[in-house]
Design a protein around this ligand. Structure first.
Ligand code: SF4
Ligand code: SF4
Length: 378
């Protein structure tokens, strides 16, 4: 297994190589931070938080800071397939620009249909130019599922009328690494829900390359930026779980870090959304929370500048970062007790203080199986 010292050395060499390349942004990150009133202290705190997010020791925060400044040396091509653009919105719709959005601005975004000014023929030319000029070096991010039925004709993109399937295959061919941003591009998402009339699939299912899947509907901006930073810093993929999700983000269940977990363990459940138990912040399992089956860092990273996350706000997790969650996790406000998921579940009534032991063992067994079975180290 690789040591942290060897990984640090690899990052050092990667950043030295990036520094030799010409900057692609006219303004440095430091100047942009000054303009926006972001202090050096804020930046160092952000670097330390990204280091912790990536499960790296604190000395790596100097590499994170340097990688952020050099992020404009890494070309990024961002494609949109069948989707709602919620994943881009998750990253760009902050009411005050924070460092996550600033890094996204600073990275060399060569093509992004929502954010670029170009349209029509010019947009298509930009994409072809970027794929040719940076062949073998660009990072490819894909948002949205890829329709595959009828040769992919359910999705046509651009002035030349190419199918999304063609565009993804072409762009993947010259990419240094590929990231599926969100559950749709990772696993098909709502487009692939039964009966899946367009034959929608995740990107990994239509190309013959390893794809990093950032499940979530949408994924948190932290998981998107953390993955970009990992690639800028090391030029390679992080360690992945059995669904090709980065282990540093998807290595623990929502249930494991939930602030309501004490109530689950004590058998204290909300029975309906308006009852006193709901007001007292009890566990939401019986009103459908899928936290025990879902791998994501929402409880620790939260959303909206770390303000809150769905379970804290009062609704159960719906399992949005898992494959097939629209079908497998429904109904979203009922427990899965009436059906089996991954072969293991407990009925709603079986979960509680009296026979909690058996249920907890079952759920824990699922947890261990899901994270470590077929897990992949880069
Ligand atoms: S079942 Fe849901 S609400 Fe209850 S502890 Fe687990 S994640 Fe939290
Ligand atoms: S709490 Fe569950 S449903 Fe909500 S964002 Fe996190 S993984 Fe998705």
């Amino acid at each position: 297994m690789e040591t942290h010292a060897a990984l640090f050395e690899q990052g050092r060499k990667r950043l030295d190589a990036l520094r030799q390349m010409p900057p692609r942004q006219q303004e440095s990150l430091t100047d942009r931070m000054l303009e926006l009133g972001i202090t050096r202290r804020d930046f160092m705190k952000w670097s330390a938080s990204i280091t912790a997010l990536l499960a790296l020791p604190l000395p790596f925060s100097s590499l994170v800071a340097e990688a952020a400044e050099l992020a404009d040396r890494v070309p990024l091509v961002w494609l949109h397939m069948a989707e709602c653009t919620g994943c881009s919105e998750s990253l760009t719709r902050a009411d005050t620009p924070d460092l996550d959005t600033l890094i996204f601005d600073h990275i060399s975004l060569e093509y992004h249909e929502t954010l670029m000014a170009a349209a029509g023929w010019q947009a298509e030319e930009n994409l072809e130019h970027a794929m040719e000029k940076y062949h073998g070096n660009y990072l490819l991010a894909v948002e949205g599922a890829v329709p595959t039925k009828n040769g992919g004709t359910f999705l046509k993109v651009g002035a030349k009328g190419k199918t999304g399937l063609e565009v993804v295959k072409e762009a993947a061919e010259g990419a240094a690494a590929i990231i599926s941003v969100g559950t749709c591009s990772s696993f098909g998402g709502v487009q692939a829900a039964a009966p899946n009339p367009t034959g929608a699939k995740g990107v990994h299912a239509v190309i013959d390359r390893t794809v990093i899947n950032l499940g979530g509907c949408p994924p948190s901006e932290k998981n998107i930026v953390g993955t970009l930073m990992y690639f800028v810093m090391f030029g390679r993929l992080p360690a992945l779980d059995m669904f090709n999700r980065p282990k540093w983000a998807y290595g623990a269940r929502v249930h494991d870090n939930c602030e309501r977990r004490g109530h689950f363990d004590s058998g204290e459940f909300v029975e309906e959304f308006s009852d006193d138990a709901a007001k007292d912040g009890y566990c939401l399992y019986k009103v459908g929370c899928k936290g025990p089956y879902t791998y994501n860092n929402c409880p620790t990273e939260r959303f909206n500048a770390h303000v809150s996350w769905p379970v804290l706000a009062g609704h159960g997790c719906i399992g949005c970062s898992e494959p097939n969650f629209w079908d497998d996790m429904a109904d979203f406000e009922k427990p899965l007790g009436r059906q089996l998921l991954h072969g293991i579940d407990a009925s709603a009534d079986a979960v509680g203080g009296v026979i909690l032991g058996a249920a907890a063992v079952g759920i824990a067994a699922h947890a261990v199986a899901s994270v470590f079975a077929n897990s992949k180290e880069d």
